[in-house]
Design a protein around this ligand. Structure first.
Ligand code: IFG
Length: 525
């Protein structure tokens, strides 16, 4: 055998050996902290020798006061107890640390961690999680969950052992706004489904749920001064079945549930377009004083509030006044998209007046990117979905941009031509397309300093059940969570897909029937 052939043979042996190592390293759970696939990817992971073992006597100790800390401790216990069967008592920390326990501490000493960052130190004898705020502890707990094997997510008892490799993780987000949007207007989703969605997005450190509460097909939030919005406007949905709505009490229950999981609720009342539901509820809101018919189709852009009538602004003041009173978060979303039958000379003064109404309520304005055509009030944000030039117009007015490019982040887009659910007007969005983009460079002139964060909308013209929602949202949402948390290190699909492949078991353990994309090397767990 000549020298050249020998070299080729040697090279072949080397390459196949590397593939073999790579394949088994994916399959066997790592005993090294830096080998565990975390999503979002942390800022820094330093492995150390040894393992921490959770035992039936393990206790969660809190150092610091406050009901938030207690709630976080109870939340952690609620995530570890079902699968392990361990009691996981939650107590105020004593001076000495006994082995096998988890310590949660809030102290304001570590500026680099900000409000949402954390430092997680795992030793054989103890887990120490430190953060400046409870939000940071919440995010650190999501990481702790992912360090245990996927079966920790099971709602039923699983065999142990329950151990995680030692080391230190320091972590904090790139963007402060990492959100999902749920359109509950086209198809109504019950409170329990919204809460489950909050559970699932917060497990990946997403901290915003934008609720699209009104559209042509349905009005979904009780407004006491305008009761027919829900009795008539809330009575239907796409396809004509019975719709539904949230009472203000139910909305407040969702807001509380979300806050306990570091998720801020942002309510949207879309206007002046996408308003047939309220126009069908009150004749006086129409320019011709005639109520429209309820609509259960899926066309867009055919409706408009009557921008020339004073009662329209009284209506908007009442609606946003009642919503502001039950929304602790700083934002109200005024919509503003696809107002195809509102003359631009009417649209601009209308949106300017609506912004004033929101500002007077002490809230900050968010609107779809078309609102950049108006004079934006200070502290507004423009949600980029369709027109890059509108995002740029917003930046020029000093607004922040929320990145929701339809071609990369619309979760109602079909994966490919074989997907039964969803639409494809923005193109097919396979799992890699949801990930292979960088928010900070997608739109020239809209840089990191202009971006508030990212948000993944799910429009529900074709989605009516939680199973369908989960099939369209997962696994794509995990990539957007990764992008929003660690943008600079993110965006490398070939690296990310290996991490994602390790999360199939974790999603399954939570009962999520996700889309098993062929682009992902899924690892059975
Ligand atoms: N565009 C409309 C949505 C919805 C969507 C479906 C925005 C801002 C198409 N507006 O996206 O109401 O119909 O993909």
């Amino acid at each position: 055998m000549n020298l050249k052939t020998k070299k080729q043979l040697l090279k072949l042996i080397l390459i196949s050996g590397l593939f073999f190592i790579q394949s088994i390293s994916n399959a066997v759970p790592s005993t090294d902290l830096s080998g565990i696939s975390l999503i979002p990817k942390p800022v820094s992971v330093i492995a150390a020798s040894g393992n921490f073992k959770l035992t039936p006597k393990s206790t969660i100790f809190l150092s610091g006061q406050g009901v938030e800390l207690k709630n976080i401790g109870n939340y952690l216990a609620s995530k570890l107890t079902p699968a392990t069967g361990f009691g996981m008592a939650v107590r105020i920390a004593t001076a000495n640390q006994s082995p096998g326990n988890i310590y949660l501490s809030i102290n304001s000493g570590d500026a680099q961690l900000g409000d949402e960052g954390y430092q997680l130190t795992i030793k054989a004898g103890a887990i120490n999680l430190i953060a400046n705020k409870s939000a940071g502890l919440f995010n650190g707990i999501q990481t702790i969950r992912q360090l245990f094997s996927a079966k920790i997510e099971s709602a039923t008892h699983q065999a142990g052992p329950w151990q995680i490799p030692a080391g230190t993780i320091r972590d904090y987000p790139e963007y402060s706004y990492r959100g999902a949007m749920l359109d509950v207007a086209r198809h109504f989703f019950q409170v329990k489904d919204v809460k489950r969605y909050i559970d699932l997005i917060s497990a990946y450190k997403m901290n915003v749920l934008h609720l699209h509460l009104a559209d042509d097909q349905g009005w979904r939030i009780e407004i006491k001064k305008w009761p027919k919005l829900t009795s008539i406007g809330g009575s239907s949905q796409v396809g004509g079945e019975k719709g539904g709505f949230y009472t203000q009490e139910q909305y407040s229950d969702i807001v509380k549930y979300a806050a306990e999981r570091n998720v801020m609720i942002i309510p949207e009342i879309d206007m002046p377009g996408h308003t047939n539901a309220c126009l069908a509820s009150y004749p006086e809101l129409n320019c011709d004083d005639k109520a429209t018919e309820l609509y259960s189709g899926t066309e867009v852009g055919f409706s408009t509030l009557c921008t020339g009538k004073e009662i329209t602004y009284q209506f908007i003041s009442d609606v946003f006044g009642e919503l502001a009173a039950i929304t602790p978060g700083p934002y109200l979303h005024i919509g503003g998209d696809e107002s195809h039958v509102t003359k631009i000379e009417d649209y601009i003064p209308f949106v300017n007046r609506v912004q004033e109404i929101v500002r007077k309520l002490g809230k900050k304005v968010i609107g779809w990117d078309e609102i950049a055509l108006t004079t934006l009030v200070p502290n507004s944000s423009v949600q980029y979905w369709a027109k890059a030039e509108n995002a740029l117009k917003g930046v020029k007015q000093g607004a922040k941009v929320i990145m929701s490019p339809a071609a990369n982040s619309y979760l109602d887009m079909k994966y490919d031509s074989t997907t039964n659910l969803g639409l494809f007007w923005a193109g097919y969005v396979e799992v890699d397309k949801c990930y292979d983009w960088d928010p900070a460079t997608l739109v020239p002139g809209v840089g990191k300093e202009n971006i508030l964060g990212i948000e993944a909308p799910l429009w529900t013209e074709t989605i009516s059940t939680m199973k369908q929602l989960e099939y369209m949202v997962f696994p794509r949402l995990l990539g957007l969570a990764d992008l929003g948390w660690r943008a600079p290190a993110a965006g490398n699909w070939n690296e990310y897909k290996l991490r994602l492949g390790q999360h199939g078991g974790r999603l399954k353990a939570q009962g999520v029937e996700y889309y098993p994309s062929k682009l992902v090397p899924w690892v059975a767990q």
